[in-house]
Design a protein around this ligand. Structure first.
Ligand code: SF4
Length: 214
């Protein structure tokens, strides 16, 4: 049987980049915090903010809730939008105090995702980061890199709504959290290496099959 277009793209990227072991974290909570901190910024900046939280012993639900807003803002400052992100972290922790990761996992994808989306500052991408990487439930993450690659690779318009693009992944891939994690990581890696804003098509691993070669 031939692979679906999205599964074929996965195999091409996977054969080239190999296992990327994303997301780097010591706990589900660290992943959830990283999912807020990574909004609108590079991972390098998230690492600095996470490093500050760890050094100050503030990487737990209780510690974040007990830390003053000023102090929390200072610790997450390297990730940008630090006032907004400190506020969002407080809201996330209030939520996680009442909804443990175990309880969310037992709810399954749709309910857990729905609960997360009710938290101030948690949109579809952040919710899926948490559902997929922290809860280990297959829920594909659609980000800017995904939209860019799908459009350039001639598969889907980048203007399609989040649920439409996500449904395409869910329909065409096996329901496998490890594969979803690796695929998202591959797309991010490929966007950094080749399919940048200004793409480096000449050295791209997909150049023989990509219709948008520039
Ligand atoms: S060939 Fe160019 S446009 Fe196509 S995926 Fe590679 S870098 Fe992106």
């Amino acid at each position: 049987m031939t692979d679906s277009p999205l599964l074929a793209l996965y195999h091409s990227l996977n054969a080239h980049y190999g296992d990327l072991e994303w997301w780097p974290a010591d706990s589900a909570f660290e992943i959830a915090v990283g999912a807020i901190l990574t909004q609108n910024t590079d991972w390098r900046n998230v690492e600095k903010a996470l490093g500050n939280l760890k050094s100050a012993n503030v990487l737990s639900i209780e510690a974040i809730l007990e830390t003053s807003t000023d102090q929390l803002e200072m610790l997450v400052r390297p990730s940008g939008y630090f006032r907004m992100k400190a506020d969002r972290l407080k809201h996330l922790c209030e939520f996680l105090e009442l909804n443990s990761f175990d309880a969310l996992k037992k709810m399954g994808r749709d309910q857990a995702r729905g609960r997360l989306l009710s938290v101030k500052g948690v949109g579809p991408e952040t919710a899926d980061d948490i559902v997929l990487y922290a809860l280990d439930i297959p829920s594909f993450v659609i980000d800017t890199y995904t939209r860019r690659l799908l459009e350039r690779f001639g598969l889907y318009s980048s203007k399609l709504k989040y649920p439409v693009l996500q449904a395409a992944f869910h329909q065409q891939l096996p329901e496998d959290a490890s594969l979803f994690k690796q695929y998202h990581a591959l797309i991010v890696e490929h966007a950094k290496v080749s399919c940048r804003k200004k793409p480096l098509c000449e050295s791209c691993v997909l150049k023989d099959t990509c219709p948008q070669i520039i």
